[in-house]
Write a protein that binds this ligand. Sequence first.
Ligand SMILES: [Zn+2]
Length: 111
Amino acid sequence: MDDKIGHRIYSCFQCRTPLSRHDDIVSKSFQSTKGRAFLFSHVMNTKTGPQEDRQLITGLHLVADVNCADCGVSLGWKYEKAYEESQKYKEGKVVLEKIKIVEEKGYQVFS
Ligand SMILES: [Zn+2]
Protein backbone atom coordinates (compact mmCIF):
# COMPACT_ATOMS: atom_id res chain seq x y z
CA MET A 1 0.00 0.00 0.00
CA ASP A 2 0.95 3.53 -0.62
CA ASP A 3 2.15 5.26 2.52
CA LYS A 4 1.16 8.89 2.22
CA ILE A 5 3.09 10.03 5.26
CA GLY A 6 6.62 11.13 4.60
CA HIS A 7 6.44 11.48 0.83
CA ARG A 8 9.23 13.62 -0.46
CA ILE A 9 7.85 16.40 -2.57
CA TYR A 10 9.11 19.40 -4.46
CA SER A 11 7.53 22.77 -3.98
CA CYS A 12 7.90 26.28 -5.39
CA PHE A 13 10.96 28.00 -3.90
CA GLN A 14 9.01 31.22 -3.60
CA CYS A 15 5.54 30.35 -2.28
CA ARG A 16 5.98 26.67 -1.28
CA THR A 17 3.07 25.45 -3.36
CA PRO A 18 3.56 21.69 -3.88
CA LEU A 19 4.56 20.99 -7.48
CA SER A 20 5.62 17.39 -7.78
CA ARG A 21 6.56 14.21 -6.00
CA HIS A 22 10.02 12.77 -5.73
CA ASP A 23 8.52 9.59 -7.19
CA ASP A 24 7.65 11.44 -10.38
CA ILE A 25 11.25 12.26 -11.27
CA VAL A 26 12.23 10.69 -14.57
CA SER A 27 15.73 12.13 -14.75
CA LYS A 28 17.95 14.31 -12.59
CA SER A 29 20.55 14.90 -15.25
CA PHE A 30 18.93 17.67 -17.21
CA GLN A 31 20.66 20.93 -17.82
CA SER A 32 19.09 24.34 -18.31
CA THR A 33 20.82 27.61 -19.11
CA LYS A 34 20.69 28.38 -15.39
CA GLY A 35 22.04 25.07 -14.17
CA ARG A 36 20.80 21.64 -13.22
CA ALA A 37 17.19 20.65 -13.79
CA PHE A 38 14.96 17.63 -13.16
CA LEU A 39 12.58 15.94 -15.59
CA PHE A 40 9.20 15.03 -14.04
CA SER A 41 6.56 12.73 -15.47
CA HIS A 42 3.90 15.11 -14.23
CA VAL A 43 3.51 18.20 -12.08
CA MET A 44 0.62 20.03 -10.46
CA ASN A 45 -0.25 23.62 -9.51
CA THR A 46 1.48 24.98 -12.57
CA LYS A 47 0.44 27.06 -15.58
CA THR A 48 1.83 26.50 -19.05
CA GLY A 49 2.40 29.34 -21.47
CA PRO A 50 1.99 29.38 -25.26
CA GLN A 51 3.68 26.58 -27.19
CA GLU A 52 6.64 27.42 -29.38
CA ASP A 53 9.30 25.57 -31.32
CA ARG A 54 12.67 25.82 -29.62
CA GLN A 55 16.02 24.52 -30.76
CA LEU A 56 17.60 22.76 -27.79
CA ILE A 57 20.89 20.90 -27.45
CA THR A 58 19.02 17.65 -28.11
CA GLY A 59 17.16 18.95 -31.16
CA LEU A 60 14.01 20.81 -32.11
CA HIS A 61 11.14 20.61 -29.63
CA LEU A 62 7.73 22.16 -29.22
CA VAL A 63 7.86 23.52 -25.68
CA ALA A 64 5.84 25.72 -23.33
CA ASP A 65 7.09 27.70 -20.36
CA VAL A 66 5.91 26.45 -16.98
CA ASN A 67 5.07 28.87 -14.18
CA CYS A 68 3.81 28.45 -10.64
CA ALA A 69 0.00 28.67 -10.62
CA ASP A 70 0.08 30.45 -7.28
CA CYS A 71 2.85 33.06 -7.38
CA GLY A 72 3.54 32.99 -11.12
CA VAL A 73 7.31 32.55 -10.92
CA SER A 74 8.97 30.82 -13.86
CA LEU A 75 9.89 27.23 -12.98
CA GLY A 76 10.92 25.49 -16.18
CA TRP A 77 9.31 24.19 -19.33
CA LYS A 78 7.13 21.43 -20.70
CA TYR A 79 7.92 19.27 -23.72
CA GLU A 80 4.73 19.29 -25.77
CA LYS A 81 6.32 17.54 -28.74
CA ALA A 82 9.72 16.17 -29.71
CA TYR A 83 10.60 15.97 -33.38
CA GLU A 84 13.52 13.59 -32.97
CA GLU A 85 12.52 9.95 -32.50
CA SER A 86 15.10 9.46 -29.73
CA GLN A 87 13.59 12.34 -27.73
CA LYS A 88 9.95 11.21 -27.86
CA TYR A 89 10.04 9.95 -24.28
CA LYS A 90 10.07 13.57 -23.13
CA GLU A 91 6.68 14.41 -24.62
CA GLY A 92 4.18 15.56 -22.01
CA LYS A 93 6.89 15.74 -19.35
CA VAL A 94 8.05 18.79 -17.48
CA VAL A 95 11.49 20.11 -16.61
CA LEU A 96 11.77 22.10 -13.39
CA GLU A 97 14.96 23.98 -12.62
CA LYS A 98 16.66 22.80 -9.45
CA ILE A 99 17.17 26.33 -8.12
CA LYS A 100 13.42 26.99 -8.45
CA ILE A 101 12.21 24.07 -6.37
CA VAL A 102 12.57 23.05 -2.74
CA GLU A 103 12.58 19.47 -1.57
CA GLU A 104 10.54 18.78 1.54
CA LYS A 105 8.40 16.24 3.30
CA GLY A 106 4.78 16.25 2.19
CA TYR A 107 1.84 15.16 4.31
CA GLN A 108 -1.16 14.15 2.23
CA VAL A 109 -0.91 17.15 -0.05
CA PHE A 110 -1.54 14.80 -2.97
CA SER A 111 -4.84 13.00 -3.01
ZN1 LIG B 1 5.06 29.76 -6.38
